[in-house]
Design a protein around this ligand. Structure first.
Ligand SMILES: Cc1ncc(COP(=O)(O)O)c(C=O)c1O
Length: 480
């Protein structure tokens, strides 16, 4: 079954038939230009709109439906839906499917900005919980079941829980117990699995959310599964969530002209993952293990897992976190040196670390280049950054819901004058796009100090309307 690619086959058949085209797209599969001359003419020939034999994403009944069913089976879910606007639209759909305006949803503070935007769209009220933190690495981990139980005990009115599985750094929570507890309390479990699309395809990976019984999960197959950028999948286990409502929300968040290039890349990626994933990931895990060993023998460099804390439930080995404290470099500096001097692009940097994503397309030569670069850096730089501890930052207090803050009147004032006021914008360090401050939260002095530090480190700060990063948007009026 999983060897089939119904959508890809239909697209190839369509390509063979020389249909006279009086529909969109306007290039009519024929009009080539320097873009397609460079990329290859097939991109234009295969770029089509929906039609009978190719089905339609907004109401699939043919080949897309078949491709959805194969995808659902691959991830042990009841239903799957292709997403052409990334996991971002999957997260919006999940939250809007589970929550009506005012419904309470528990989420860890280190959620991706798409989850905060989903709160604005849905009108759901966030109940933030603190993720576990590894003090040595200065990174947030997963969430403990105790914190969820505590939040539910304080507030019996919780509609849903939102979990990240795994986090950007690869931390995995005890999803099985979380799902058991939530379902016992009639709470819906939604999972951001943007970084876990590879989980079902090797025994060494943690189990994926829908296989464990989560109600919904959104996976970025484009991140670790080999499909084209922007192509993701939404998974559903029916029971607590009405599939009709999910379809309605998908039609709110998705285009009516879904790209067949993106969708077909999902169909084929699924086949490869199921039929060849075990071999691909066995080879990858061997490379990663050899790479970790070599890195950990370089003085001043620590490659995660060797030092991840006991607060971690499980770990995705394909996330290669490298701590640079022993070189006296911040992650931001290391990230820039690797790019500028060695032509190596890492996925993200933070105060202490850099992170690389290991995936389906890796070859050993690339790992060797990173090892050589880090060896040279260990020779060039020495120091001890252990004293920088910025994860002490306390979570700001939520004063106004993200949606109400989004629709409130705001004004822009200097950073230092904003201490004590309520923020009118969400501020992220990007990547990984995790909010430092969310609109509707109280601005503290520690937070402003941290923004100054990040500016000094030349970290990429996004979300602030003032591009000089000197002024911050606050809600007009007094909020006690
Ligand atoms: C944790 C997390 N969730 C969601 C997303 C959004 O995924 P996508 O880029 O597929 O829209 C990202 C993207 O980086 C992410 O890191």
């Amino acid at each position: 079954m999983q060897k089939q690619t119904p959508l890809f086959d239909a697209l190839k058949n369509y390509h063979k038939t020389e249909i006279v085209s009086f529909d969109v797209p306007g290039h009519k599969k024929r009009f080539q230009n320097e873009f397609s001359d460079y990329i290859g003419h097939k991109i234009i020939e295969l770029d089509t709109n929906s039609m009978k034999e190719l089905d339609i994403l907004n109401n699939p009944t043919g080949v897309i439906r078949e491709a959805h069913q194969l995808m659902a089976h691959a991830y042990s879910a009841d239903e799957a839906f292709f997403l052409v606007n990334g996991t971002t639209s999957g997260i919006q759909t999940m939250v809007m499917s589970a929550c009506n305006p005012g419904d309470k949803i528990i989420l860890p503070r280190n959620v991706h900005k798409s989850a905060i935007n989903a709160l604005i769209l849905s009108g759901a009220t966030p109940v933030y919980i603190e993720p576990e933190v590894d003090e040595i690495l200065g990174i947030s981990l997963g969430v403990s079941i105790e914190k969820i139980k505590e939040a539910v005990k304080k507030d019996s009115d919780i509609k849903a829980v939102f979990i990240i599985n795994p986090t950007y750094y690869g931390a995995v929570s005890d999803l099985k117990e979380i799902i058991k507890f939530c379902h016992k309390n009639e709470i819906i479990v939604l999972v951001d699995e943007a970084h876990g699309a590879h989980f079902p395809f090797h025994d060494s990976f943690p189990e994926n959310a829908t296989a464990l019984g989560a109600d919904m999960s959104a996976i970025s197959i484009h991140k670790t599964g080999g499909s084209l950028t922007q192509s993701s999948v939404l998974l559903l286990n029916t029971g607590m969530i009405d599939p009709q409502r999910v379809k309605m929300m998908l039609n709110l968040t998705q285009t009516t002209s879904a790209s067949y290039l993106l969708m077909t890349s999902l169909d084929v990626a699924r086949k490869t993952l199921v039929t060849e994933g075990e071999k691909i990931f066995t080879d990858l895990l061997d490379m990663i293990s050899k790479f970790r060993e070599e890195l950990n023998s370089i003085p001043g460099i620590k490659c995660f897992k060797s030092i991840l804390s006991d607060k971690l439930y499980d770990f995705d080995k394909t996330k290669i976190g490298i701590n640079l404290n022993g070189l006296g470099l911040t992650g931001f500096e290391g990230y820039d040196i690797l790019r500028e001097k060695y032509n190596i692009q890492m996925e993200l940097a933070d105060t202490h670390n850099i992170l690389g994503i290991a995936s389906i397309g890796d070859i050993w030569e690339d790992y060797q280049k990173l090892i050589d670069a880090l060896k040279e850096m260990a020779y060039d730089y020495k120091g001890d950054n252990q004293t920088i501890d910025f994860n002490e930052l306390e979570s700001p207090e939520l004063i106004v819901s993200p949606r109400d803050a989004f629709y409130s009147e705001t004004e822009s004032i200097p950073l230092l004058a904003a201490i004590g006021r309520v923020s009118g914008e969400s501020i992220m360090v990007y990547p990984p796009g995790i909010p430092l401050l969310i609109q509707g939260e109280r601005i503290t002095k520690d937070l402003i100090d941290h923004i100054y530090f990040l500016k000094e480190q030349k970290a990429v700060i996004t979300g602030m309307n003032d591009k000089t990063l000197n002024n911050i948007s606050i809600l007009k009026g007094e909020y006690r």
